[in-house]
Design a protein around this ligand. Structure first.
Ligand code: AMP
Length: 290
């Protein structure tokens, strides 16, 4: 397993692999790795014969007052975990100045899908997805993969990136990996470590909310308001949960629905604060045809 820190070296390495006929997969992460990230690595290994994992805590996807500074950066543990899991060829760890040489304030070129950012995390984290789409473009241009592997835990991110590669002809296939959960249902997240024991116990309501929404959607509920009510009722069972959003949207437009149509694919999603810790969860549902 090779660690590469420079964009130029990464590009040269990837180009040589492509010329040799190798299929390259990229798994972008911000580090503080857990079993959810390893599931992406496994998915990559099954589809490509060269796997790059990138670790980059991207400043442009954090808003003012968010946790950029305190975001965990246990790089040695992450490298040990990847080494142990096996099958990772390259870990790409660019320093911030590799992507933002004169600092974030001096950055001028952005990739953006404004219509897809109006709801869910986009409405509550202005600038977040612009940062994501821009840095993923940089990562794709650095690592030159044939496949990009992402978690459906961040469903809006996945849907936006799927649109990005399609609309801008990146020629990269995106793979979405189902969310890996704790035994009680809590989605694994690098931010779970911020929770105290009481908050951790209460955090199970996120998965309970989206599971209840999924059941209702599969039963044929056509009123988005009823699904939202269900999710809010489940979230209210946690006394310390401060709900940021509970929404049902169309997966193409990421706009709220007035009515759920049989056969449609919808995303039911929630974001909740416990203290300063923000957690998200969702379910992607193919609504049965009539
Ligand atoms: P992050 O390091 O949080 O930016 O996440 C890097 C990638 O891992 C993203 O594609 C996430 O969607 C994915 N990911 C994070 N948590 C999970 C999880 N519990 N299950 C599956 N994928 C995940």
């Amino acid at each position: 397993m090779q660690v590469i820190r420079s964009v130029e070296e990464m590009q040269a390495h990837a180009e040589a692999q492509r010329c040799a006929g190798t299929t390259l997969a990229l798994v972008p992460t911000m580090g503080a790795l857990h079993r959810g990230h390893l599931a992406l690595v496994e998915a990559a290994k099954g589809r490509a014969n060269h796997v790059t994992v990138s670790i980059f805590v991207n400043p442009t996807q954090f808003g003012p007052g968010e946790d950029y500074e305190r975001y965990p950066r246990p790089l040695d543990d992450d490298l040990a975990m990847l080494e142990e899991s096996g099958g990772v060829d390259v870990v790409f760890v660019p320093p911030p100045e590799a992507f933002y040489p004169k600092g974030v304030a001096a950055h001028r070129t952005w990739v953006q899908a404004p219509e897809l950012e109006q709801h869910l995390c986009g409405s509550t984290r202005p600038g977040h997805f612009r940062g994501v789409t821009t840095v993923v473009t940089k990562l794709f241009n650095s690592c030159r993969p044939h496949l990009g592997v992402f978690g459906l835990k961040d469903a809006q991110q996945f849907l936006i990136l799927r649109r990005l590669v399609h609309d801008l002809n990146f020629g990269i296939e995106l793979v979405g990996v189902p969310t890996v959960r704790e035994p009680d249902g809590l989605a694994l997240s690098s931010r779970n470590r911020y929770l105290n024991a009481d908050e951790r116990a209460q955090a199970v309501v996120l998965s309970q909310a989206v599971t209840a929404a999924r059941a209702q959607l599969l039963e044929g509920e056509q009123h988005p308001g009823a699904i939202v009510d269900t999710m809010r009722r489940e979230l209210a069972k946690a006394p310390d949960a401060n709900v940021q959003y509970a929404e049902v949207v169309d997966t193409e437009t990421i706009q709220p629905l007035t009515r759920i149509v049989p056969g449609q694919e919808v995303l039911a999603a929630v974001a909740v604060f416990f203290g300063k810790t923000r957690l998200i969860d969702n379910t992607l549902v193919q609504v049965p045809a009539a």
